[in-house]
Ligand binder design. Sequence first.
Ligand SMILES: Nc1ncnc2c1ncn2[C@@H]1O[C@H](COP(=O)(O)OP(=O)(O)O)[C@@H](O)[C@H]1O
Ligand SMILES: [Mg+2]
Length: 360
Amino acid sequence: MNVCFNVRLDSLYYWMFLEGVIGMTLIKVDELTKVFQRQQKTPGFAGTMKDLFYRQYTDKVAVDSISFEIGRGEIVGYIGPNGAGKSTTIKMLSGILVPTSGIVEVGGLVPYRSRKEYSRRIGVVFGQRTQLWWDIPVSESFRLMKYMYKISDQDYKRSIELFSDILDIDEFMNAPVRQLSLGQRMRADLCAALLHNPDILYLDEPTIGLDVVVKENIREFIKQVNLERKTTVILTTHDMSDIEKLCSRVIVIDRGKLMYDGVLNQLKTIYGSGETMIVETADPVQPWDELAHLGIDDFDYDGKSITIKYDKTVVNSTAILRVLMSKITITDFVVHPCEIEQIIRKMYENPLSAAVAAGS
Ligand SMILES: Nc1ncnc2c1ncn2[C@@H]1O[C@H](COP(=O)(O)OP(=O)(O)O)[C@@H](O)[C@H]1O
Ligand SMILES: [Mg+2]
């Protein structure tokens, strides 16, 4: 089912490119690097006193010489494990952070230099925090933004209609932001970021912590905005389903370095054979030997369920279930497709094809 969907997304991507729906380069990043300086801490009281007078710093390379180009109208997934450098890249792209070296250029502007002009052309949502005013109703925040961005009555009305259609914003428009649930707040933040109809939408973990229904809702909305307004979307995520539903192109980074830039399908074909099975059992019996016999060494038991990670090209889920059922009583089970962490791990195990895939 997912495979068919991705094939459709990939061909749609190429068709869009050929037909000019995806336009010329909008975002250009060349050897972009960000190094943070962290103050070293010496342990103990004497250490703290010493640090007061002799501050020592270590360098942390958060983004390491990354280059890519993104065309107008694309939806690109920017993925990688925790601490990979995703947020730092988004902050440089949106002009919040100044790069240590390298080039970042968006639509002819350098984000951190032309902040005021640039802010009219972009919308930014950070999943972890809101940019709305905490104590006033959402509708008032929107009206303030309408005033700040000088949005015409007609454009404002059109936007609110589009947002209401998919995101059902009426249910919380009159509540202050502090009273909203996480899902409502995220929907409100998305609307706020798009009110002025920006060319580009940067989303940093937009679905983090949300339930499945709200996630679906938000993905649908992003897709609709991209189609109707040709908004270019860059989103970072941990969630492989976000990528599958939205992005035909993915950029994978790890430890600040670019690992892959290309279509999702190719990534999945080369590295996406990892699966995770979660088996619920009330049985105290531990079938570790049986799993080891199948060649599985990555499993975990929390007293209620067994989590098993395996490569489906080596062993299939039926074989695992059969072996488990011969030892324990299974009350429920679920199989999850590959996770981002599994893909990255395979990239390290097989660096040759990783290099090919990244086009280097
Ligand atoms: N302001 C900062 N000062 C020092 N180190 C930072 C700062 N921001 C991020 N880092 C470090 O840079 C690395 C990348 O962080 P981040 O871009 O937030 O990763 P991600 O969003 O992929 O989880 C991490 O090791 C993080 O600890
Ligand atoms: Mg982050």
